[in-house]
Ligand binder design. Structure first.
Ligand code: ZN
Length: 390
């Protein structure tokens, strides 16, 4: 979902990035503050000051959003749950955890950390605004007050009981604790997220069409997001659980047909015609190091007259589309990179820099399908069930 995100460096050891849609939010909030909220709260100031205060307050809001996510991340780490990264985007922030919390207690603590932080920032903002009311000009005081109020709203909204909101995770932790069944608790929290999403989307539509308020669109988007991501979690959750601990080495094809990079396109096509059934191949250097991938589609693009003079390495794809993973990487870590395109892409699996195998779309699909059938893929060695052997 967040393929195009801008890195914002590491905060407290966690890598933070922002999706481009954050800029849109920054502009919308600045505009809302400068042209509506601030002129009403502190009339009679210079137009430029409304925009400066609006812009600074909007940045302050994004920083408080980041602090909310960082507090989830900090508590997760205290419970030995790794944090992959934090992404800020149009509808808020997301701290991606590397594993599942080990106990309901840990789940609960990680979930409540964010809303507590937002409540504290909200209280601090409103408190500071009250204290500064006489001492500072009304414009910065109004900015502070808005920042405080919006953080309180953020905390309350996030406590709504539906996944993937924090309230949904709290619900999951509580049901998990009472009934002792994590998967069942997760499913209930996801269902609740879908119901909540539908309610929010309907409220948004009503606001949009009956009250003519444009902000209703935001509620519609948010509702849609809740429905969509609750559904995704609903199906991905159990699969993720079943694939947990399965390594890339367990699902890879460990004896793929390889393409020597120094061969000509024509020589390799001749060789591949009689070797295996693959359409995409890892390309190796003369020293046996994987340097990229090449598909029949790539070879076809070379003009017929040039195929005897062009080397495979020259048409191999070495770009970012080629993913290189270690044999011990988790299969679940591959899930978020998206599926390799059939007949086009291949994941190269390495052991100590050498090619150990490849993972194509069929290998991944096979792992998911086996997981759906309740089985774990194991290292394949082409064994035939003994009952079928002659
Ligand atoms: Zn949160």
């Amino acid at each position: 979902m967040f393929r195009t995100a801008i890195p914002l460096g590491r905060w407290a050891g966690v890598s933070v990035r922002a999706h481009w849609s954050v800029l849109l939010v920054l502009l919308l909030i600045t505009d809302l503050l400068a042209s509506a909220v601030l002129p009403r709260a502190a009339p009679g100031a210079n137009t430029a000051w409304y925009w400066v205060t609006g812009g600074l307050t909007a940045v302050g809001f994004l920083v408080s959003l980041l602090l909310h996510e960082l507090s989830h991340a900090a508590v997760a780490r205290r419970h030995d749950v790794g944090v992959r990264r934090i992404t800020l985007w149009m509808l808020g922030g997301a701290a991606e955890l590397e594993g599942e919390p080990p106990t309901p207690k840990a789940d609960l603590r990680i979930a409540v950390a964010g809303p507590i932080t937002s409540l504290l920032i909200g209280g601090a903002g409103l408190g500071a605004a009250a204290l500064a009311a006489g001492a500072l000009p009304p414009l910065p005081v109004s900015g502070l007050a808005w920042l405080g109020a919006s953080n309180l709203l953020l905390a309350v909204f996030n406590l709504l009981p539906g996944a993937p909101l924090d309230g949904g995770r709290i619900l999951r932790a509580v049901i998990w604790w009472r009934r002792g069944d994590r998967a069942r608790a997760g499913a209930i929290a996801d269902r609740s997220g879908q119901v909540l999403g539908a309610a929010l989307a309907m409220a948004g539509f009503a606001q949009l069409f009956f009250l003519g308020q444009f902000t209703g669109l935001w509620l519609v988007l948010l509702g849609w997001f809740l429905i969509f991501s609750a559904q995704a979690e609903f199906t991905a959750g159990p699969l993720r659980e079943r694939l947990g601990g399965v390594r890339v080495g367990d699902i890879m094809n460990s004896s793929p047909v390889t393409a020597p990079g120094w061969w000509t396109v024509d020589a390799f096509a001749e060789y591949a015609a009689g070797a295996g059934h693959e359409r995409v191949f890892p390309v190796l250097s003369f020293d046996g190091v994987p340097v990229g991938i090449v598909s029949f589609g790539d070879l076809i693009k070379v003009p017929a007259g040039a195929r005897r003079a062009t080397r495979v390495a020259d048409v191999a794809r070495k770009d970012r589309a080629v993913t290189v993973v270690g044999v011990d990487a988790q299969v679940t870590a591959l899930m978020e990179r998206g599926f390799p395109r059939p007949g086009r892409d291949l994941l190269l699996v390495t052991r100590a820099g050498r090619l150990a195998g490849v993972v194509g779309s069929d290998d991944l699909a096979r792992a998911f399908e086996l997981a759906a059938l309740g089985h774990r893929p194991r290292t394949t060695d082409g064994r035939t069930p003994s009952s079928l052997k002659a």
